[in-house]
Write a protein that binds this ligand. Structure first.
Ligand code: SAH
Ligand code: SF4
Ligand code: F3S
Length: 471
């Protein structure tokens, strides 16, 4: 048994990570034959992509996918630790699974993802949720076949969580959710240690993949017919800084753009590492989508400093306008936290005013949530939750107004949309524009998986409606 340890997870040494290509082994390919699995995923795109790996790993052992947890013989819960409400959702799901287990004694539960890296939470799980068969962390989920094998042989629960800085594991299989767009990890972990954030503890140190491996993956995806790739990392602009090579995010973006992939996206950009060279590459290539997620977090310099964000409101604003002026028709979205422990009403007003000024296309807004082991955990906080909720509502009002006004500019325009699925709206398909607008398109199924020209016929705050004008 290996339990998580938050103190160890905080450690950063000068040691370089290793790129390991032969650590994924399945000794028993028949363990899952005749059995069904389901994976429940919470959290960010990285977790969504990890789940795509986990699905392929289980299928490698003979398991077959089933849509509902009620029919599954094995359930994976891939968790997120970013805020308390992420925890609450997982706790609710565990309640449901416990109930299922009462009538299905052989049901196997695997608990993984960022919550599996949290010391306090896992201690509680091990003590009180003894029916969870396997707890595995973010650094070693590719070893699920070994833990399942051990579980069957010994009938003992497996708890294997490592709080190490981490390495890069290649050659882990993947079963992608989409046939048209793919997630491609370019780096793992984070060394920024924003004072509110648990990610540097749950995902380890920043470690970039070798760019040859990334480019090979993109080229393979092109050959398989994929139209879009999203390059993933907590902090993609810092790509390559941890490798001893003269090759950075601008080089990588350019090389990915030069493949035959139709659309390139990337998330998430930290304002700190966003170089002019990157902006120039984004502006130069038509297949790099004009959409940038640029988390602001706060519009107050005092709060930004307390958050350890490493930029001022003025530096952020300069970068924002530089991107707007150089990248044609760019859409910019952001993340904002309200109610950080040191945020006063005046600080909040600075955020509100900046959001009014920058008129984001979209903003994801959150109330600060205290996370285990982070620096902000112990900060004095005398703002009530009611007051924080009020600030969130005031902010959201401006965010929604901006989103609507930005969408209004699309009315009657013809834009490119990659049609990826059927829409919830009857008779419509759905997809995203270059600028990441969700578009419901009146069209038949023959348009699935195509990039089509769509005329926008009506708009809402969070989506656009349109009709196909040509293919
Ligand atoms: N790596 C990304 C962020 C990943 S987490 C970046 O640096 O931009 C996604 C968002 O969750 C963050 O941008 C932040 O706005 C929010 N978040 C992170 N920790 C939080 C916390 N403790 N409470 C509330 N929101 C938080
Ligand atoms: Fe968290 Fe900051 Fe790292 Fe983003 S950059 S993952 S907010 S520590
Ligand atoms: Fe959540 Fe972990 Fe992603 S905490 S946001 S799943 S990196």
């Amino acid at each position: 048994m290996n339990m998580p340890n938050m103190k160890e997870a905080r450690v950063r040494t000068k040691d370089k990570h290793k790129i390991i290509k032969d650590d994924y082994i399945v000794l028993n390919k028949n363990i899952g034959v005749g059995k069904k699995y389901n994976v429940i995923t919470y959290g960010c795109q990285m977790n969504v992509h990890d789940s795509e790996n986990i699905k392929a790993i289980l299928e490698d052992m003979g398991y077959s996918y089933v849509d509902s947890i009620d029919e599954a013989d094995l359930i994976v819960v891939n968790t997120c630790a970013i805020r308390e409400n992420a925890h609450n959702k997982v706790s609710g799901m565990l309640g449901r699974i416990k109930h299922l287990k009462q009538t299905k004694k052989d049901l196997i539960t695997i608990f993984c993802g960022c919550m599996a890296q949290e010391e306090g939470y896992v201690k509680n799980l091990v003590a009180k949720y003894r029916w969870i068969d396997i707890i595995v962390g973010t650094h070693n989920f590719h070893k699920i076949p070994i833990y399942l094998d051990n579980l069957y042989k010994t009938k003992l629960n497996q708890v294997e969580v490592y709080s190490i800085e981490g390495d890069v594991y290649e050659n882990i299989p993947v079963k992608r959710d989409s046939k048209y767009k793919a997630w491609v990890n370019i780096m793992y972990g984070c060394d920024k240690f924003c004072s509110y954030c648990i990610v540097p503890y749950t995902r380890g140190k920043q470690r970039s993949r070798d760019y040859h491996d990334i480019l090979k993956e993109v080229n393979d995806l092109v050959n398989q017919g994929y139209l879009e790739v999203t390059l993933l990392g907590q902090n993609v602009n810092a790509y390559g800084k941890d490798l001893d090579i003269d090759y950075d995010m601008a080089n990588l973006l350019e090389d990915v753009a030069k493949t035959n992939i139709k659309r390139v996206r990337f998330i998430t950009s930290h304002p700190w590492d966003f170089t002019d060279k990157m902006i120039d590459v984004i502006a130069k290539y038509d297949n790099i989508m004009p959409y940038i997620h640029l988390p602001l977090q706060s519009g107050s310099n005092k709060v930004l400093k307390d958050m350890n964000r490493r930029y001022t409101k003025e530096e952020y604003t300069t970068l924002f306008y530089k991107i707007k002026s150089k990248v044609k028709n760019v859409a910019i979205s952001t993340d904002i936290i309200v109610g950080f422990p040191t945020e006063s009403e005046e600080d909040f007003l600075e955020t509100l005013n900046l959001v009014k000024e920058l008129k984001y296309d979209l903003a994801y807004t959150f109330i600060f949530s205290k996370r285990e082991a982070t620096r902000a955990y112990d900060m004095k906080d005398d703002t009530s939750l009611i007051e924080k909720k009020k600030r969130l509502a005031r902010l959201n009002e401006v965010v929604n107004e901006n989103a609507y006004l930005n969408n209004l500019a699309y009315l009657d325009k013809v834009i490119d949309v990659l049609i990826e699925d059927v829409s919830d709206k009857d008779g419509y398909l759905m997809g995203y524009s270059d600028t990441m607008k969700l578009v419901n398109v009146k069209a038949d199924l023959s348009y699935l998986g195509k990039i089509v020209k769509v005329r926008i016929t009506s708009i809402k705050t969070w989506s656009l409606d349109g009709e196909v004008v040509e293919c």
